[in-house]
Ligand binder design. Structure first.
Ligand code: NAI
Length: 478
């Protein structure tokens, strides 16, 4: 078999395959979907373009989609998050060799430039024979954005003008679209028309989808995987509880105990972050704009402050908001010597890296990849992790397999739903039915030795549910 792909080093495939094998044991939900749906092949005919961190766990997701009949092309949704051994193993596949890869086309390596990142995204959206995918599996919405932007410009008959871009990254997107217009007019409209739907992994991508739908711009239906309870209340919280301190430690080896850590945002990711840092013995301060979350943080025992008031006391600053301009260049210039600054919200604009780079007299020193010391004109320095991008993936290996099994089982179920029941989902944004959410949780109980109590018929009738579930109304918050 021969196919196009671009990864760092195929010879890492054996290492990747060994880690995938270990991960499979920790991903019972995904392996159960292979057993349940392997024979019926519900994804036969699906051409899934995936844009999601190319990690070991994602390789297990990819091979599950393939086991269910799908054809897959893949990219990372972040320039630093690829694990090169996982990418190599996904290309080689379980039955291939380095000389005869039999897996899937992956376009991803750790440390892409922005130009390379968007080039990879376009490659994965370009099926051999000129066709595009008929399904997208997205994380953060970049693949969805490229297809929508391309189709919008085509429909308007306008040539994208990079000089109108409001960010360096969007300038790259507009350049790429301009080049693809010249080569293949109508490409993006054709992809948008062919795609049956997208399943979106994260809070930030979901936010974009609801906005597009509100503005009448959404071109195909979407399933919001993030808001399955077994995704956001697990991956966002318990996943970050593991991978945030992992990233800080691998990057800096600084003792977290006794330090003052400031966590911006107390949503699901913020809750996991604050708990993890407290678990390491840090004194944690939270910032919030939402009175409900602020009150939750206070009730959980955290000081809640505004960033300006604690900017010179914090030793570690972590953004988790999904919002932008949370830590400004001015904030950074007022931090303690060697304060650590990192972001675990989806995009890098939570920390004003562009503003930092423009400060007069600022000097950047690479300590090691994804760890930079920035020296201010007065001589004091701060450490910025992963250039302001997701540090838990840039400095560590992201969330561990078990929690990602929950997220990715939702992804597989959502792909099957949209692909096989397309007619039931007019263009809009949906969450999976609660019974499927409960099923995902159920698939992970045995591995942890959880023994679930069964309702009696009488008890079920008393609380007004079915013995087999769902057990809660849709508005229940967990
Ligand atoms: P969320 O909506 O539950 O929490 C965000 C919180 O930030 C909200 O409570 C909001 O009120 C608060 N916030 C907004 N602006 C603020 C400001 N200026 N100052 C202080 N607080 C502010 O969202 P969730 O699920 O916690 O996700 C947060 C981000 O993390 C998103 O970008 C999401 O895509 C990303 N994410 C990252 C993961 C990772 O592996 N690093 C995993 C899952 C999600």
């Amino acid at each position: 078999m021969s196919f196009d792909f671009k990864v760092a080093d195929l010879s890492l495939a054996e290492f990747g395959r060994n880690e995938i094998r270990l991960a499979e044991h920790e991903m019972p939900g995904l392996m159960a979907t292979r057993r349940e749906f392997g024979a019926t092949q519900p994804l036969k005919g699906a051409k899934i373009m995936g844009s999601l961190h190319m990690t070991v766990q994602t390789a297990v997701l990819i091979e599950t989609l393939v086991a269910l009949g799908a054809e897959v092309r893949w990219v990372s949704c972040n320039i630093f998050s690829t694990q090169d051994h996982a990418a190599a193993a996904a290309v080689v596949g379980p039955n291939g060799t380095v000389d005869d890869p039999q897996g899937v086309p992956v376009f991803a390596w750790k440390g892409e430039t922005l130009e390379e990142y968007w080039w990879c995204t376009e490659q994965a959206l370009t099926w051999p024979g000129g066709e595009g995918p008929n399904m997208i599996l997205d994380d953060g919405g970049d693949a969805t954005l490229l297809v929508h932007k391309g189709a919008e410009y085509e429909k308007a008959g306008a040539v994208p003008d990079p000089s109108t871009a409001d960010s360096e990254e969007f300038e790259v997107v507009l350049k790429l679209l301009g080049a693809s217009f010249a080569a293949d007019a109508g490409k993006w409209t054709a992809i948008a028309d062919r795609v049956k739907g997208v399943t979106e992994e994260t809070t930030t991508g979901v936010h974009r989808l609801y906005e597009m739908h509100r503005d009448g711009k959404l071109a195909f239906p979407a399933i919001n995987v993030n808001d399955s309870v077994t995704k956001s209340k697990f991956d966002n919280k318990y996943g970050i509880r593991h991978s945030l301190p992992d990233g800080i430690m691998r990057a800096t080896d600084v003792l977290i105990g006794g330090k003052v850590a400031v966590v911006c945002g107390y949503g699901d990711v913020g809750k996991g972050s604050a708990e993890a840092l407290r678990g390491q013995g840090a004194r944690v301060i939270v910032t919030e704009i939402d009175p409900i979350n602020a009150l939750q943080a206070a009730m959980d025992g955290f000081q809640v402050a505004v960033l300006d008031d604690v900017i010179d006391t914090g030793d570690i600053f972590i953004t988790t908001t999904g919002n932008f301009n949370i830590i400004t260049a001015d904030h950074m210039s007022r931090m303690k010597h060697q304060a650590i600054v990192g972001n675990v919200g989806h995009f890098d604009n939570e920390i004003d890296m562009a503003g930092l780079a423009k400060l007069p007299g600022i000097v950047k020193t690479e300590i090691k990849p994804q760890v930079h010391e920035w020296r201010f004109a007065d001589g004091h320095t701060i450490l910025v992790l992963s250039e302001g991008r997701l540090l838990n993936l840039g400095n560590a290996t992201g969330h561990p397999s078990f929690v990602m099994s929950n997220s990715f089982t939702n992804q597989v179920i959502a792909q099957i739903e949209l692909f096989t029941k397309t007619g039931e989902y007019p263009t809009g944004v949906y969450v999976l039915p609660k019974i499927l959410d409960e099923k995902v949780a159920r698939l992970h109980l045995d591995a942890l030795g959880v023994r679930l109590t069964e309702l009696t018929k009488e008890q079920a009738a008393y609380i007004g549910v079915d013995v087999a579930g769902p057990y809660k109304p849709d508005h229940y918050r967990y």
